[in-house]
Ligand binder design. Structure first.
Ligand code: UDX
Ligand code: ADP
Length: 459
């Protein structure tokens, strides 16, 4: 079949995979190729066991794969064939050199830009999809323009706003899609090309076009604002524990103000995920590089508060368990950075586990989706951590349960049965406030919610 356009996506990860699957489903007249350097991952994309767990993704992939959606490692061929190239390779925070721990490591992006220049055989529109620091497009344009083939590469920014666990829903029913481009004739034409993709299923008012830099910065700012809400409510949860105030009541009362809104006000052991910390650090780094130290400090505090919350959670566990957890069995219910995903990137569970191990606790981890990733995250702690998919078995003869991820199934467990199999006194630290604390207390648990009065049998 003749396709109207060839779309290539470089990077078959959490962003590239689901986004391209939805584009393929909604634009049957476009051919969508997704390529990756990781052969194993591509094999998985071509199998029944997709490399990422995302509700609704299997159905979309099954509908389009082999028809107009293809996964391969043929990057060079893909570049040659493509009219539009989405780049969604990873951009982790730098672990070396200038900007360590702050700036994004752009080596994968840069390599991709060089590959595009080398293998292109005509003009192309290049779409920044990965989260990138502001002005990356400019840097990339320098590489792309430094070609002696006479081809034109127009860079467009189309940041991703999907959240894991709801990626397919977020893509199908987006609040907005952002397309940033140069305000030149060529820039605007390239933006229209991208807008036309999304117009297949979104109305015009959902598609925002801006200049390139606004688009890049909007992505960082949106994530910084979301993370800031969580740090704000988490800071208040600490205050609630010192007073008689209840964080659930406060979240409700504050969120009822329509100017504030009620979303993203759930206290937690801390936010995780691949975006929030990285994006804020990028914002901080950019602000500092322009000597805007007050701006940088302001946003950095969001991350510091998140670290404080994780630290505080472990300190409370140790304190309440008679100031020592050495050789005590502590079960983490959940390791994913949030429910409905197997992703563990920047999960608070990682720091919490490490801190508990420093305290010489025996850590048992259970999670319905994230145990493989947990094993990789904790590979340096082999032998010190036990992994058990069944939460009942995980809690057998344990001293304490710490709820880390708000999986729905943890709300539905038989806690009477769990209590009977645990050591006494039995503790529950609910780092997500998802359980019925009164009921647990009646069963016999000593219960420590976030931002609420603790229910202990010791007094
Ligand atoms: C986020 C943004 O939501 C998305 O728009 C962007 O494209 C990528 O980053 P994601 O990282 O998938 O998405 O997860 P999100 O649902 O935003 O949650 C991030 C973290 O905040 C999780 O650890 C979650 O548990 C935590 N969280 C969220 C809270 O602690 N409390 C809340 O009220 C909401
Ligand atoms: P994200 O959450 O941003 O999608 P992931 O790490 O899930 O990040 O996905 C990024 C993907 O990009 C990985 O599968 C990685 O193998 C791939 N990748 C990195 N560099 C290249 C490259 N030069 N060519 C093709 N794929 C790449």
């Amino acid at each position: 079949m003749e396709f109207k356009k060839n779309i290539l996506c470089i990077g078959a990860g959490y962003v590239g995979g689901p986004t391209m699957a939805v584009i393929a489903m909604k634009c049957p007249e476009y051919k969508v190729n997704v390529v990756d350097i990781n052969n194993e991952k591509i094999k998985q994309w071509n199998s029944d066991q997709l490399p990422i767990f995302e509700p609704g993704l299997d159905e979309v992939v099954q509908k389009c794969r082999g028809k107009n959606l293809f996964f391969s490692t043929e990057i060079e061929k893909g570049i040659r064939e493509a009219d539009i190239i989405f780049v969604s390779v990873n951009t982790p925070t730098k672990t070396f050199g200038e900007g360590t721990g702050m700036a994004s490591d752009l080596q994968y992006w840069e390599k991709t830009a060089h590959q595009i220049v080398e293998h292109a055989n005509g003009d192309k529109t290049i779409v920044e999809k990965s989260t990138l620091p502001v002005r990356t497009a400019e840097a990339m344009e320098r590489i792309l323009k430094a070609n002696d083939k006479g081809f034109h590469f127009e860079v467009v920014s189309n940041p991703e706003f999907l959240a894991e666990g709801t990626a397919i829903r977020d893509l199908l029913d987006s609040d907005r899609v952002l397309v940033g481009s140069h305000k030149t004739e060529r820039g605007m034409a390239a933006a229209r090309e991208i807008v036309n993709i999304y117009k297949h299923w979104l109305s015009d008012d959902k598609i925002i076009t801006t200049n390139l830099w606004s688009s890049e910065l909007s992505k960082l700012v949106a994530n910084a604002f979301l993370a800031q809400r969580i740090s704000s409510i988490n800071s208040i949860s600490a205050l609630c524990e010192k007073t008689d105030a209840d964080i659930t009541e406060i979240s409700y009362a504050v969120g009822a103000d329509s100017r504030i809104g009620n979303k993203f006000l759930n206290p937690s052991v801390g936010f995780g995920g691949s975006c929030f910390k990285k994006d804020i650090l990028n914002l901080v780094y950019i602000a500092r590089s322009y000597h805007l130290n007050e701006v940088a400090d302001y946003w950095h505090q969001v991350i510091k508060m998140n670290d404080f919350q994780k630290d505080r959670f472990v300190r409370q566990i140790v304190k309440e368990m008679f100031s020592t957890v050495a050789n005590k069995k502590i079960v983490l219910f959940g390791f994913a950075f949030k429910a409905n995903t197997g992703d563990t990137r920047e999960s608070p569970a990682i720091d919490i586990t490490k801190k508990l191990l420093e305290e010489r606790a025996q850590v048992i981890i259970t999670d319905p989706q994230a145990l493989d990733n947990a094993r990789m995250d904790l590979k340096n702690y082999d032998g010190l951590v036990t992994y058990e998919p069944n939460p009942y078995r995980a809690a057998e003869s344990a001293d304490a349960i710490a709820i880390i991820t708000e999986w729905n199934e943890y709300k539905l467990l038989d806690y009477q049965k769990i209590y009977a199999a645990m050591k006494k006194p039995a503790f529950i630290f609910d780092g997500r406030n998802i359980l019925n604390h009164e009921e647990l207390y009646k069963i016999g648990f000593n219960v420590y919610p976030l931002g609420k009065t603790q229910l202990s049998h010791f007094k």
